[in-house]
Design a binder for this molecule. Structure first.
Ligand SMILES: Nc1ncnc2c1ncn2[C@@H]1O[C@H](COP(=O)(O)OP(=O)(O)OP(=O)(O)O)[C@@H](O)[C@H]1O
Length: 267
């Protein structure tokens, strides 16, 4: 059983009318891995995340988490089973506090029953307190504790991005999907965020799949990388494999540049 991948994507595809946004996608992600998903614009990366999280139901293939089939489950069910995500465009509750943003994310998983919540029975308060303590712990980890009572929309952009990750973590995922977590950040913020991601992976025993446009960054942090182009998986392997892969160079730079690159490499 331990040999089974945490996430197994078997021949998954998504067709929108005449467009195959993703086709025949295969991925195997093992517990504890930090894996990159890259590809040029429109390659199908976000669609893949939407398939993994139940936003779309695959038009072909199947997705298994710890051997359990996810096809057709609602996003909230998939979150409960252990996959949570962040979005390319930040999605926070702008008008409420940083802390409440995280507590809302916890509510989807809270152990206390709906009845005790509504009647405000003691288990509800125990649950609330536990929830708040956990939320603050995460905020501290992401250096957001000092602004936990601030309204979310007032945070600087980089902090909003970090808060998004904290919200995803609050759901207690086994697999965390990060969609361009460093988009719009400056170099220093990006480097700090990547260090933090590497740190929480070990600290929280997480498995992470990361979409990121910055190649240098992906190569620096991920152990393995999958590359999509026009909805198809064109390469997979270690950063070293990917860096020298002709199809990847072609996809990013065009065929002509790729053949020059290979010729130069051969000399
Ligand atoms: N809901 C949809 N309906 C129709 N076409 C869609 C839909 N969602 C995505 N697409 C198309 O599917 C293809 C893949 O899009 P997707 O957003 O997954 O790419 P991406 O790799 O995430 O791109 P980017 O890096 O630009 O975010 C694109 O051609 C896109 O226009």
């Amino acid at each position: 059983m331990e040999n089974n991948p945490l996430l197994h994507v078997r021949g998954v595809g998504m067709q929108f009318g005449g467009l195959k946004a993703v086709s025949g996608l295969h991925m195997e992600i093992r517990k504890g891995e930090l894996v990159g998903l890259i590809g040029p614009n429109g390659a199908g990366k976000t669609t893949s995340f939407n398939l993994l999280t139940g936003v779309y139901v695959p038009t072909e293939g199947e997705i298994l988490l710890e051997g359990k089939r996810l096809n057709g489950l609602a996003p909230y069910q998939i979150t409960r089973m252990g996959i949570s995500r962040t979005f390319q465009n930040i999605r926070l509750f702008n008008e409420i506090s940083v802390l409440d943003n995280v507590k809302i994310a916890y509510h989807s998983l809270a152990k206390h029953s709906m009845v005790s919540s509504i009647l405000r029975l003691p288990p509800h308060f125990a649950g609330e307190k536990e929830m708040e303590e956990k939320a603050i712990q995460f905020l501290r980890m992401f250096q957001l504790e000092t602004c936990m009572h601030e309204t979310a929309k007032n945070l600087p952009y980089g902090q909003q991005r970090r808060l998004e990750i904290v919200r995803a973590l609050a759901a207690g995922p086994k697999l965390l999907l990060l969609d361009e977590p460093a988009a719009g950040m400056n170099q220093q913020e990006t480097r700090q965020l990547m260090e933090l991601i590497a740190f929480i992976r070990h600290e929280l025993d997480l498995t992470i799949l990361l979409i990121e446009h910055d190649m240098k960054l992906v190569m620096g942090i991920c152990e393995r990388i999958y590359v999509l182009d026009h909805g198809q998986l064109i390469a997979q392997g270690t950063p070293e494999d990917i860096r020298n892969h002709v199809k990847v160079i072609e996809a990013y730079l065009g065929e002509e540049v790729a053949s020059n690159h290979v010729e130069r490499g051969a000399n």
